[in-house]
Design a protein. Sequence first.
Length: 228
Amino acid sequence: MNLIHDDLEQTGDDPEEPIAEYLIAHPDFFVRHPDVLAAIDLPHPTGDAVSLIERQVLTLRAQSTKYRRQLEQLLSVARENDALAKRLHRLTLALLETQSFDEVLNTLQDELRDQFKADAVEMKLFASEQLEAHAHEPGPALFQEFLQRGRPNCGQLDKAKLEYLFGSQAGETGSAALIPLTAPPLAGVLAIGSRDPERFHEGKSVDFLQRLAEVVSATLQSASSPGV
């Protein structure tokens, strides 16, 4: 009872006596500190039976605990979303300063590794017509269906995709986020890899990745042609 410790003086042999005296002298204590009242049990003298009031109090206390946990979870998600929004804003500002495809890739690698703790960042681009006319080529053939869907996804990749995207880092990549890029006459894939197999699990939300896809695609559209 740190709240009343300073006002208590031990008198007599009963250590609870000063507590009782303090509460009598301050009848509004539980009004000022309802959290203390909610944390203690006040049983009614009903023998083995539990009174209706006690049952209601227990139910309300359980509901209060449940709602408090839900609120804490919502606040945690809100803080995480706010942090993501700030990182995306910083990344967007950095991309606005790029002038070429090489600068776009270098900026993505720097920002995603620094701000988002990515272990690997790669971007593969091909001419749009390759997706249909030359689907036998490695890149378009591997990602043709993914690019047609046009939506990011997360999970563990097969060996062929890992090696095409990450090269020597393929064996160290436990999971990856794939982001489709559209910048006519180009199309491509932005791949973010992690050593952690659960970092980009299949159930992960892709809302942030979708916004990132739009930002990077728009940046590529305005960048100078890489000559493809």
